[in-house]
Structure formats: C-alpha cells, structure tokens
Design a protein around this ligand. Structure first.
Ligand SMILES: [Zn+2]
Length: 276
C-alpha cells in the first residue's frame, strides 16, 4: 500500500496535457476527521494510519470496498449514459444490473451506487478513463479487459441511439487514446459489436420481459421508481376498491369486472414490489 506522500508526489495528474485534476478536493479521514486536500485515490491517513478511499467528495473505509477499477467503471458508464442529455430508465436499468452483477457485498454495492450518483451530478472528464486504466493495470488478470469495457460503453451508447453522436464519439476517442487502442482494431471491435447487437435484437423481439404484463396492468413502465409504483398502486386501489362500488348501485357485470381488476392490481403489485 503506497503511503500518502508517495501517492501525492506521483499524483494522478495528466502530465502530457497538464490538466488540473477535477477530482482534487478537501475531504476528511473517515476515522479521525483529519483534513486533506486530495485527488481521488487510496491513502493511509498520516494521523491515524487507517486506510481510506477518496472519490469525489466522499471518503470511505477501504476495507469495505473492493478495487477502484469498479468505481471508475461505474462512473464512466454513468457519464456515457448521461452524454445524450438524460439518463433514461433503460440506461439506469443497465447500470443497476451492471453493479448488481459484481460479486460483492452490500457495503461495496452501496459504494458503487454512490459512484453512480457522483457521476450523475458531475460532468464527464477524461481523467475518469485515466484513473480506470491505472486501476486496471493493478489487477493481476486484466487480459483484454479494455475491449470488454469498450463493448460495455457501446452497449450504453446504443440503448437510446442508433448511431453515435459527437459527444459519444469524443468519449470513444479519449478511451482509444488512453488505452492505446489503434483505430483499425476499434473498427473491427465496433463491427463485431454491431453484428452481435443486431443478432440479439432479433432474439429479444420475440421475448417480452416476464414482468412486463404486471407493469402494463398498473399502467407503469419498466424502470419506474419504487415511489412511482407505490403511488400508482395506492391510486388504483382507491379507484377499484370494493367499498367504492358495493355501496353504490352498480350493475353486477361491472362489479365483477372491477373485482377482477382489483385482484389483478394487487397481484401485479405483489409481483413487482420485491424487484426494487
Ligand atoms: Zn485518520
């Protein structure tokens, strides 16, 4: 583990472009509250000797997180999702599933969600790719990881788009230059990705998501929040509650239909509520 001074002297500054690091900010050691002005990274506190991670404006007990590569990866994918203006429900789903696909504990997972939040509220800067590369270089089994990540980036870009826009091209350009991937190789990978995507789209067209019918019953879209679900459920329950039509002079047939609907709403809510 490098000591604080060691990391500070090396820094994470992009010496070629001399860019000022956007992740340089005042933070406190999570154990003893000693103040530091640090770049993102892993440090040993000079006062209490504990190890902590600094990302954005937060510090974290290093024992509770895995490695920084996952952090920067989640940040980068979030920037990629946001580059076409808003993070759509599908893009959010992709990142949430991505985070949940890591084999990590709850603490680590919530840390990764914090990286997602951090990137949502900050602007893209290519330093995130520089950090990612440095973190990946420290992993022992990093074979071709840069191509897997490239494919993940493209996956995010193509969720809401059919072609790459200039902002997306910019991120790709940064990525290729930092990971030293030649354009020729990128073009090959890009075509591979597109072909794979087209094949997948064909398969997916015939397969609806198993929970889709429940969302339809409640009039919601997949990717809505738990608050949306609860609000809509409360509203529909009130509308279709038996008390409402039993006390009124409603024809038998309508009563039956409303009863059925009430059952369906409750069943749909039961099926969906545990998926958040
Ligand atoms: Zn400390």
């Amino acid at each position: 583990m490098p000591i604080l001074e060691d990391l500070l002297s090396k820094g994470y500054i992009d010496t070629q472009s001399n860019e000022v690091n956007f992740n340089y900010s005042k933070i406190k050691c999570p154990f003893c509250s000693t103040e530091y002005n640090l770049e993102d990274g892993i440090y040993n506190c000079t006062n209490c000797k504990n190890t902590f991670r600094k990302i954005g404006f937060n510090t974290y007990d290093e024992k509770k997180v895995s490695n920084a590569a996952a952090d920067y990866l989640v940040q980068l994918l979030t920037y990629c999702a946001k580059v076409d203006k808003l993070i759509s429900c599908e893009e959010r789903d992709f990142i949430v599933e991505y985070i949940e696909s890591f084999d990590i504990n709850e603490d680590q997972e919530s840390w990764l969600f914090a990286q997602y939040d951090y990137a949502r509220f900050n602007d893209y800067n290519k330093n995130v790719i520089l950090f990612l590369k440095k973190s990946i270089n420290q992993l022992c089994d990093n074979f071709n990881l840069e191509f897997d990540i490239l494919s993940d980036i493209l996956s995010v870009f193509f969720i809401d788009n059919d072609t790459l826009n200039s902002n997306q091209e910019e991120i790709i350009k940064d990525y290729l230059s930092i990971f030293e991937i030649p354009t020729k190789i990128y073009k090959e990978k890009f075509n591979e990705f597109l072909k794979h995507k087209l094949d997948n789209d064909k398969v997916n067209k015939n397969h609806k998501h198993p929970l889709d019918e429940y969302y339809e019953i409640l009039g919601l879209e997949r990717g809505c929040s738990i608050q949306d679900l609860k609000r809509q459920y409360a509203y529909l329950c009130k509308t279709y509650h038996p008390d409402k039509y039993n006390s009124q002079n409603v024809p038998y047939k309508i009563k039956k239909e409303m009863e059925e609907m009430y059952k369906k709403i409750n069943n749909a809510y039961d099926k969906l509520k545990n998926n958040f």
